[in-house]
Design a protein around this ligand. Structure first.
Ligand code: DPX
Ligand code: MG
Length: 561
């Protein structure tokens, strides 16, 4: 077989394990899309717009470890770049591929469409360089294999997005055949001496502590170190707290799971035991203004050991070039039991209170919605929580072993969840995908429900209609937090058109919600959107406490220079 730049790219995407790529067509990528279609192991999945295409890939990468999005130049690429920011912030290797103008027009006085009407269209590459770990523009078939490989390799190694721009006159140009895939996926081993030194220093640190606790962060997944974190937890026997952004990354049915630690809005008992500890092993953590609740819950000082993807820091030491996996499992073999935080947590942990069902005909409340959603969650479920009160409602859910949870806490873009849910469901067809989405967020990217209908994905969307941007109301209210109401449930019929099997149902009380959930569970031929009608100020108490502290942090006056 003779390879072209496009079919070479397809072969590499397939070799790294992708079964799909997401795409929106445009004249600068049409030949490329044809070339990608020649690979029978890689299905092309279409999106309504390029922002959604990027987010679909972001969601797919959460399910499958990596993803690709293919867009046209500028009008497409610049929309997709927002989602690439998300992939960067959330540590997901998403390959953004953009078609580009014919290189023959570069050397002439020609102006081309989809550009700024200037002769220099390098700007998209320059922008992409800021938001990816590797950005290349292919303008030579001879160099294309090397450029494609180096971009994909960097993305997989760093768990960050990469950008590949392919000029439209090169997509079908013949090029070399791909070599063994190990060239892209083989990892450099940890530096053995640094690893031993880091483990010995950390073991010594823990020997001097009575009450250590573990704090799991979202970079644990990027580091592929979930199993090793459990090994260390079990070797120490201590309590394990998890940051909100990492919910489900440590199994919630593990006997040492002590809840979500999120400062003032932690799960009951988690904050008490965290504050009582004398040392914290932070594993893959990200501390920002949101996760530290307006800088009120930032672990610091000599009792903190930070173990990151490729780096371990503790007071007076900084070890690089080691894999988190190797560090955690090596440390697990060196430590003695230090279970004081677990013993104490068992004493203080709150007994779970059974939630009582609301009256079936009483006005629908948030607590009743989440009581019913909770009953749907099984080991095969993935709960996807959009930015807004859905974050806080999602945090309260108890996840049985095997259940997963997805949240976009670092980038925090409203609208993320609709396309990310679509992409996730494409990548994980065996899972029950449950999305919790606010009305305001939904309005950004609602069209992508049509693609769920097109592909008959039985996603269940709980659309929380509280008539506006409630989280913003709690942080700082004003007329800008009111939005135009939509008939969200009615929208599904619009998207169904003549052949779709999506269902849209509205629930205004507990009885209607229970019936709607029955409809959703029985619908295997498409998504079901359940529009849950609640009051504007029916929000979780945690949102109010968190919003107050974040507002105080936002309102700090400028420091004198
Ligand atoms: C904004 C947010 O309806 O959720 O539960 O009612 O808050 P809640 P909704 O989806 O409203 C979301 C709204 C406007 N954030 O409360 S969280 C600011 C914002 C953002 N991302 C983008 N634009 C604005 N986070 C892309
Ligand atoms: Mg809302």
């Amino acid at each position: 077989m003779t390879y072209t730049v496009g079919s070479y790219l397809a072969a590499r995407l397939s070799q790294i394990g992708l079964k799909h790529h997401f795409a929106v067509a445009g004249d600068f990528n049409l030949v490329l899309l044809d070339q990608l279609l020649t690979n029978k192991d890689l299905e092309q999945v279409y999106c309504c717009n390029e922002l959604n295409c990027g987010y679909s890939a972001e969601g797919y990468a959460r399910a499958c470890g990596a993803a690709a999005a293919v867009v046209t130049f500028s009008v497409g690429g610049l929309s997709a770049i927002n989602a690439i920011g998300s992939a960067y912030a959330e540590n997901l290797p998403v390959i953004l591929v953009s078609g580009a103008p014919n290189t023959d027009d570069r050397a002439t006085e020609h102006l081309v469409h989809h550009t700024l009407a200037t002769h220099d269209w390098s700007y998209q590459l320059e922008i992409a360089k800021k938001l990816t770990c590797a950005a290349v523009a292919i303008t030579s078939a001879a160099d294309a294999p090397h450029q494609i490989d180096s971009a994909i390799r960097a993305a997989l190694r760093e768990k960050k997005p990469a950008y590949i721009e392919i000029a439209c006159n090169f997509a079908a140009a013949p090029c070399a055949a791909p070599g063994p895939i190990s060239a892209l996926v083989a990892e450099e081993p940890s530096d053995p001496e640094t690893l031993q030194a880091a483990i010995a220093t950390a073991a010594e640190f823990l020997r001097g502590k009575q009450k250590p606790i573990l704090l799991i962060g979202s970079k644990l997944r990027a580091a592929g170190a979930g199993k090793q974190a459990i090994e260390l937890a079990e070797a120490l026997g201590c309590a394990v707290t998890v940051m909100a952004a990492a919910k489900s990354f440590f199994p919630e049915d593990h006997p040492q799971f002590a809840g979500i630690y999120w400062g003032e809005v932690s799960a009951p008992g988690a904050r008490e035991i965290f504050d009582w500890s004398d040392s914290v092993v932070c594993i893959g953590t990200i501390f920002n203004d949101y996760s530290t609740v307006g800088w009120t819950a930032m672990p610091s000082g000599a009792g903190v050991l930070t173990a990151d993807q490729n780096r371990v820091c503790l007071e007076g030491h900084d070890f690089g070039r080691i894999h988190l996996r190797d560090f955690l499992s090596g440390l697990a073999r060196k430590v003695q039991k230090r279970d004081a935080t677990m013993v104490e947590y068992r004493r203080i942990r709150a007994r779970p209170q059974p939630e009582h069902p609301a009256k079936p005909d009483g006005k629908l409340m948030r607590t009743e919605i989440f009581r019913q959603v909770q009953a749907l969650v099984t080991a095969e479920s993935t709960v996807i929580a959009e930015t807004g009160d859905s974050w806080f409602n999602g945090m309260g859910m108890k996840l049985p072993g095997g259940a997963r949870f997805e949240i976009e806490m670092q980038w925090g873009s409203i609208g993320w969840s609709v396309p990310a849910t679509f992409g996730y469901a494409v990548g994980a067809p065996g899972r029950r995908v449950i999305a919790l989405i606010g009305d305001g967020s939904f309005q950004l990217t609602a069209q992508e429900v049509a693609q769920m209908i097109r592909r008959k994905l039985p996603v269940i969307i709980f659309l929380i209609n509280n008539h506006g941007y409630t989280i913003e109301v709690e942080i700082h209210d004003g007329p800008y937090n009111n939005i135009k109401n939509w008939d969200y449930a009615g929208l599904i019929n619009v998207f169904n058109a003549e052949d779709g099997r999506g269902r849209g149902v509205r629930a205004a009380n507990g009885g209607e919600l229970a019936e709607a959930i029955e409809v959703a569970v029985a619908n295997h031929d498409g998504p079901t959107l359940i529009e849950c009608m609640i009051d504007r100020d029916d929000c979780s108490p945690d949102l109010i406490s968190w919003g107050r502290l974040v507002a105080i942090a936002n309102a700090r006056p400028p420091r004198p220079q």
